[in-house]
Design a protein around this ligand. Structure first.
Ligand code: NAP
Length: 292
């Protein structure tokens, strides 16, 4: 069994982007990071994104409206960022407080600045295999992990557990693309799937993105499979200072010995999500007609 080291691969991508940004003529890329309220996980995610931006030479604009912001006020903020020619990418950190309609906010962001890849236009471009669009960062990161680890997908059976718009669906579409590094046969499973283990056991590459701690057990995995664990779950753990430990959707201790390769949690898919956000921001800057 070989571990797929997301930290190492993400660091390589960050170094490549740093060189690319240093060589860019004109202004540096600019990413607006909008975080509503003080949710601790969101604070941590936005801080990571801000740090990676600084490392690469991407300017980040931090906008932290209070948790009481209304839908209309948040729309107005997004509109202002859409209209600002110096802003290349806009990220509104998810999850938003319950009184706000998250999908409506994602749709409000101009498709050209939607570096999270959640806009209808960008999901449509992904389905049409139009490379000018932005692909959601986590699925894009999964594909990059596989590519850079030398795992070809062509002709393989990829089973995706989960059908969310943020991870499962775009991951399935990417694996299905007519690219030499994709061309997989794809099965997508969800909460209504019957006899799930029979399907997951057929996977040459299993992508688990359901948000259920240690759900995938050894009996669900074909020996020699490649397993990508997207899940980030907090499990109570009295031995930890925080009172919890992070774990994936895969029961790592029993599944890892069976696999040819597997991603750990943390240190697998997570760092790739940030790296791909940075990559999308540099792409947005390149595609932005305002260069000066
Ligand atoms: P989500 O929106 O809650 O979607 C979960 C999907 O899993 C749904 O399609 C659901 O089916 C399916 N599912 C739930 N329970 C199931 C079960 N028992 N059997 C089969 N399928 C089941 O979650 P998400 O946003 O895709 O995130 C999934 C996980 O990835 C979470 O742990 C999240 O924290 C993590 N994540 C990590 C990163 C990263 O950067 N590492 C980024 C994003 C998400 P239905 O559609 O039928 O409800």
């Amino acid at each position: 069994m070989e571990l797929i080291d997301g930290n190492k691969i993400a660091a390589e991508i960050i170094a490549e982007l740093k060189a690319e940004v240093a060589a860019l003529p004109g202004r540096k890329p600019c990413l607006a990071l909008v975080r509503v309220g003080e949710d601790p996980a969101s604070v941590s995610y936005v801080t990571k994104k801000q740090k990676s931006s600084a490392e690469i030479g991407i300017e980040s604009r931090l906008i932290f409206p209070p948790v009481t912001i209304s839908q209309e006020e948040l729309f107005a903020l997004v509109d202002q960022l859409n209209a600002d020619p110096g802003v290349d990418g806009i990220l509104v950190q998810s999850p938003l407080p319950k009184h706000l309609n998250e999908v409506a906010v994602f749709r409000r962001i101009s498709a050209e600045k939607d570096v999270d890849g959640f806009h209808t236009m960008n999901l449509g471009k992904l389905a049409q295999e139009d490379d000018t669009g932005f692909v959601a960062c986590t699925p894009a990161g999964i594909m990059e992990l596989l590519r850079r680890s030398g795992v070809p997908l062509s002709g393989k059976h990829v089973v995706v557990l989960g059908r969310s718009l943020i991870v499962g669906k775009p991951a399935a579409l990417l694996a299905l693309q007519r690219h030499p590094w994709a061309n997989a046969t794809v099965t997508v499973c969800h909460s209504q799937t019957v006899n799930l283990p029979a399907l997951t056991r057929q996977a040459d590459v299993l992508i688990a993105a359901i948000g259920r701690a240690e759900f995938v057990t050894a009996d669900m995995v074909k020996p020699g499979a490649v397993v990508i664990d997207v899940g980030v779950n907090r499990v109570p753990d009295a031995t930890k200072k925080s009172g919890y430990r992070l774990t994936g959707d895969v029961h790592f201790p029993t599944v890892a010995p069976l696999c040819s390769r597997i991603t750990p949690v943390p240190g697998g898919v997570g760092p790739m999500t940030v790296a791909m956000l940075m990559k999308n921001t540099v792409k947005a800057r390149r595609q932005n007609p305002v260069k000066g």
